[in-house]
Each structure stands twice: as C-alpha cells, then as structure tokens.
Design a protein around this ligand. Sequence first.
Ligand code: HEM
Length: 502
Amino acid sequence: MALVETLLMHVSSTGALLAAVLLFLVVYIFSNSSSSPEDPPGPKPLPLLGNLLLLDLRQPHVSLCKLSKKYGSVFTVHFGPKKVVVLAGYKTVKQALVNQAEEFGERDITPIFQDFNHGLGIVFANGDGWKAMRRFALSALRDFGMGKKLSEEKIVDETRYLREVFEKFQGKPFDTTQPVNYAVSNIISAIVYGKRFEYEDPKFQDMVDKANKNIRMLGSAVIQIYNMCPFLGPWMKTWRLLMENVESFRREIKELVNVLQETLNPLDSRGFIDSFLIHKQSIQESGEKESHFHEQNLLITVSNLFAAGTDTTGTTLRWGLMLMAKYPHIQDQVQEEIDQVLAGREPVSEDRKSLPYTNAVIHEVQRLANIVPMNLPHMTSCDVTFNGYFIKKGTSVWALLASVLRDENEWETPDSFNPSHFLNKQGHFVKRDAFMPFSAGRRVCPGESLARMELFLFFTSLLQHFRFTPPPGVSGDELDLTPVVGFTLNPALHKLCAVKRS
Ligand code: HEM
C-alpha cells in the first residue's frame, strides 16, 4: 500500500504513462530475474513488483535486516525490476569488502546519481576517473586536512565559533541542526577553498541548507521508485527539485572556483581547488590531451566532498549530543574525565589517548547511530563465487553496515547504548573489528581520519563547556531515538538545552 500511495502522490498519472510503466517493467523483469540454483536465496519475486511488497521503502534497512534472519547472510532481493544481492553480518561483509575487495569494489551508479554526476567525481564513479579523483582527493586531504596540525587548529578554531552560537541560546532549548552543519561545512570549506565562511553569510547558509535538504530527499521512497523506473523522473516533483538544487549548488561552486582561479599562485596552494587547478595547468602545459583534470570533474568532486563530508559528520555529532541528554549518567562520566585530564585547556587530538571513556562514548555513538545503514551500493566487477553462490558481473551488492554495527555475534548488547563495548576491565579503550561505520576495503570512506578528528574535537570541546539536557518538562526517556530516514539516518526533530558549565 505504501508503495502505491507514494507513486500516486508523486506521479501525475495518465493512461499512456501507466501503459509505458507496465510495458517497461514486464520487459525488464523478464530479462533480469532469471534465477539459477547457485543464485543466493531470497523471497520469490512477483512479476513487475519484485519483492517490493515485503519492503518498507521508508526504512529499507530494517526490512533487509529482517529478511537476513530468514534467508541468511547472502540473499537476493528484487527492488521492483532491480536485482540486488544483500550481504549481512560482520563476517560476510568483511569477507566481501576486504578479502574480495577487487571483486566487490565497483560502485553501482543508480540513475539519480548518474543524473547528478555523469560518472564523474569520486563517490559515484568507477574506473580510471574514479581512481585519479580519489587518489588526488586523498593526497589533498592529507596536505590540507587530516592528520595535520593545520586542520587540528582549524577544527579547534571552528569549535569556538560553534560554542559562541550555543552560548547565545543561554540554556534555552534550540535545534542543533543548523549551527552544527555550518561548523562541519566550514571544515570542508577550509580544506577545499582554503577559507571558512561566517555563519550569517546568506550564500553559505543557502548552500549548506540545500545540501542538507538534498540528503533528506535522496533517501525518500519516491527517489527509490525513480531509481527503479527512471523514465518517471520528469513527472516527479522531488526529482525536479533535486536536479534544480544540484544545478544551483554547482553554480555556486563554480563562482568560488572562478575567484580562486583569478588569484591563483602556483607556488602557494590554499586548498584542494588550488591544487587541482595547478595540476590541471601542468597537464595542459605538458601537452597531454586526455585528462581527468577538467572543470566538470573539479565541480563534481568538490560537491562530492561537501555532500559526503558534511551531513555525515554533523548528523553523528548531533546524535552524540542527543544521547548525552538522554543518558545523563554517561554524560557525567565523560565530563568528569574531561575535567580531570584537560583541567580547563582546549582539547587536541593527542588527548584521545588519555580520554578512553570519552573515546569509547564517541565510538558507541557512531555504532548505535548507524548513519549509513545500507552503505553505498557496490557492484561486482566480474563474475564472483562467494560463499558457494554465483554472483554475475555487474550485480548490485548492498553490504548492510547496520547488520555489522548491530551484529548479535559481535556486540554484547547490540541495541542499547553501551560505551563498555569499547572498554576493557581496566577502563582502557579497545578497538572492535565490527566497528565499521566508514565501511571497509577498496571504497572505504577516504574522509575517515578527518571525520574522526572532527568528532573527537567538537564533541570533547562541547561537553567540556556545556551540559546538554532535554527541554524543561521533557524527560530523557521522552527523547525519541527512532531515526528519520533520509540518505543518512538522522535524529528526529528535537531541541536540546546547552547549559554553560562553570
Ligand atoms: C562520520 C562521518 C562519516 C561517515 C560515517 C562516512 C561513511 C562513509 C561510507 C559508509 C562510505 C561508503 C563506503 C563504501 O562504499 O563502501 C563513504 C564514502 C565516502 N566518503 Fe565518507 N563518511 C564520513 C565522513 C566523510 C568525510 C568527512 C569525507 C570528506 C572529507 C567523506 C568522503 C567520502 C567519499 C569521497 C566517499 C566515496 C568513496 C569512494 O567511492 O571511493 N566522508 N563514507
């Protein structure tokens, strides 16, 4: 029913359109759904609909985790006409993404991302272009970002701006979304453009807010339907809106690139864009004709870094603050440790080692928040035999991170917030193999080190200066942990009080 409702809400139905849909689905499903005995098992697909009636498109990861209980850790599901092999549980996901990294390391580029990126950039690209952009982004991230004192200072500076905004609310309830998103966007801005923006800058606000809305829309049921039947796009309001937003976002980036180009000094790169422009120039001068270093690839790679690096980190941080308000006794222990070890000074990355409890809490926030539950879609690069099953080249593969982060065989209390998952008896921090929020293998998140540094510094500094509580009259129990599903899992709309600590 949910599926039919969604379709009717979003598509202006005409007889011709419905006939076209039916014809397409009939042809497509009969050419794609033939199954052989070696295929991973799964529910029998219905003609046209595949297994859609079994799936809640508003939270597909929940349906898929349930199906894995019945069909095992490798199974097939048909999203309408699209066949997907789903991998569940730590052992299976690791086996595919790490031990058979090459075979499972391609990206399945869904129609919506093909529309956005045309196979360019990093996140939704494959082949030599992907390799070149990923390698270049990683080295720029290393030069201007992660692991470097420079970026640590940038994050510490940004924390001060964020704290100022929190202070202005004087302990009264407010929604943390915008200030947190502005702060984490400024870290990517510093790395990409070489500068930060004022939170009040209307252009900056527009860019961040649009990127945020896009992430929500991308996870909507209607866009999943679009991915199954892309020819419906022009009739879908959400698709049109997304395309407009992406175009306007890219125009803004182009304006910023133009300004940087005018003031470019090849001997002094200010950030990722400068480095790209300098590299592009040197390739042109060498007379090489075919190169991945062209303007379109720059614009798409920059949008990728913003899209992948802002919402993810911001959402995780907001889950962290909300969980602290919900579990005040855990917040007490974090603050006790911070006060004892830092004695009032600013935190630096090195402090992570001497703050094992705080570190464990941040890891547990990431585990429970599970913000990319279905991972990004992968695709097999060749025919693969996996756990006794045959998976054809070009098959879409979803390695469910949700099933790893809550794997009953790996975690003592998979569904509850329990920082002890990351502590030994002596209270020392312990790494856990099944901690995989950044995925693993060939496509592992290239922003992992930066994100981890941001989460540690922002979280520690905010907890050092503020006590987080639910609004007056609301108890911790009433803070609802049911996520709102978008492309990432977000906390439901809520307000918190940030009470200044003396
Ligand atoms: C808490 C923060 C973050 C989380 C949980 C996260 C998680 C992920 C996940 C699950 C993937 C998909 C990996 C796969 O396909 O197997 C990914 C990919 C990616 N992430 Fe992150 N990420 C975070 C922060 C960042 C940051 C800060 C950046 C940028 C500076 C970034 C840039 C990227 C890029 C470019 C990709 C695509 C990699 C590729 O396709 O080769 N991420 N991330």
